[in-house]
Write a protein that binds this ligand. Structure first.
Ligand code: MG
Length: 403
């Protein structure tokens, strides 16, 4: 695939189409990647631009909207005001926690499809993680004192509401070699699997799965860890997620809302949520074809930064993954099936603090390959800054045309 960065034809499409919809990831796309998630920053101009697109824009992220670590706090910090985002509808509308947590631009949250038992267990997970974390760190770093363990624990365990997460970045920083990093990845993967077993022992049998980011695709529904290498740090975090929480299921939920807004009636039903979505991609397509009339289907612009493809030398094949892959592949295929040229934008997030393959240094190696069915229409090689610059301009132009 050639690296295309010219937006002229996409700009034309955005400015001339009646019915468009942005579905955009957040971290690495409009927020540069950082090691400590508490230091994330969002450009103010971007927030106003997203507001200008109004109902033609949704975010779709595996982070969360609410809570201390949520994107809503970043927006309040960016605007320097805790009340303005709610008053003026400046929160980012769309789905967080990989498709579970919906909010409108006033920050009104809706999380349908989750039981009280599941929510209670999720709230308890960080507490279950802490003693296990301590034991693992003591084994891997025997000389570390309790104070320092606590500091790492605070940075590594994210007590998010729908997606408690273990993040490796702070321990990676003090790891002398890849072997140590791989041990960290494997030990904590085991710990997260134990948490699933604890959930099962409490009657939550089909409730959760592990989302590894970035990953090497999945096998039998289980995501494959991407081990650290010299030029690629590999998986940096593992989230405990509710089964069904997948970004491509999120696309169905967002389409349901989008068409509902325009037509006054939601094609998949009023209370459709991530747990009602068909599992297989082909079933999702058939589902859309059954309920959505072609004239109601928007032209979708899908934007993401986490796509991986790694050659497996032994079998001469590729292991493809990344948390944005499923939803971007689905958007591309959906367009194809409806005869619409949906556009896929890849943002190169390698210039943040987290090590990722860089398109400027190694082309698309590690991201995609020539046999990959997912094709990018535009690649922003200069990362979030370049994307935001383009996004704010095009959102403004579209706003002027529509208003
Ligand atoms: Mg991302």
């Amino acid at each position: 695939m050639k690296i295309k960065s010219n937006t002229i034809s996409l700009d034309k499409i955005i400015l001339s189409s009646q019915n468009i919809l942005f579905i955009q990831d957040i971290d690495g796309v409009c927020i540069p990647l950082v090691k400590d998630p508490m230091t994330r920053k969002l450009n103010k101009e971007y927030i106003f631009a997203a507001k200008k697109l109004d109902k033609e824009f949704f975010v779709l992220t595996c982070g969360e909207h609410e809570g201390e670590r949520g994107v809503n706090r970043i927006i309040e910090r960016s605007l320097g005001n805790k009340f303005k985002p709610k008053q003026d509808g400046l929160y980012l509308r769309g789905l967080a926690a990989c498709g579970v947590e919906y909010q409108d631009n006033k920050g009104e949250i809706n999380s349908e499809g989750i039981s009280k038992e599941e929510l209670d267990f999720l709230a308890n997970v960080p507490q279950i993680m802490r003693p296990k974390f301590r034991l693992i760190v003591k084994e891997l770093f025997p000389k570390m004192d309790d104070n320092l363990i606590n500091t790492h624990m605070r940075k590594s365990i994210c007590d998010t509401r729908f997606s408690p997460t273990i993040n490796f970045n702070s321990l990676f920083e003090i790891s002398e070699n890849n072997l140590k990093k791989i041990k960290i990845q494997r030990y904590f993967q085991k710990m997260m699997n134990e948490i699933i077993s604890i959930g099962e022992s409490r009657g939550l049998r089909n409730s959760f799965f592990l989302h590894i980011s970035p990953n090497l695709g999945s096998k039998n529904g289980i995501e494959i860890l991407k081990e650290s290498k010299n030029n690629d740090i590999g998986s940096t975090d593992i989230q405990l997620l509710l089964k069904g929480a997948q970004k491509d299921a999120g696309v169905l939920c967002l389409l349901n809302k989008f068409i509902g807004d325009r037509k006054g009636k939601k094609p998949f039903g009023e209370n459709f949520n991530f747990r009602d979505a068909p599992i297989e991609k082909s079933e999702k397509i058939a589902f859309c074809k059954k309920y959505i009339q072609p004239k109601d289907m928007p032209l979708i612009i899908g934007v993401g930064d986490t796509i991986t493809s790694n050659q497996i030398k032994k079998s001469n094949s590729f292991s493809r993954g990344g948390s944005d892959r499923s939803f971007l592949e689905f958007i591309q295929l959906l367009g194809y099936e409806f005869g619409i040229k949906n556009n896929i934008i890849f943002v190169d997030s390698s210039y943040g603090e987290v090590f990722r393959p860089s398109t400027k240094e190694t082309g698309l190696k590690g991201i995609t390959d020539k046999y990959d069915s997912l094709k990018f229409d535009i690649i922003f090689q200069d990362g979030p800054e370049e994307y935001i610059n383009w996004f704010t301009k095009i959102a403004h132009k579209r706003y002027l045309i529509k208003n």
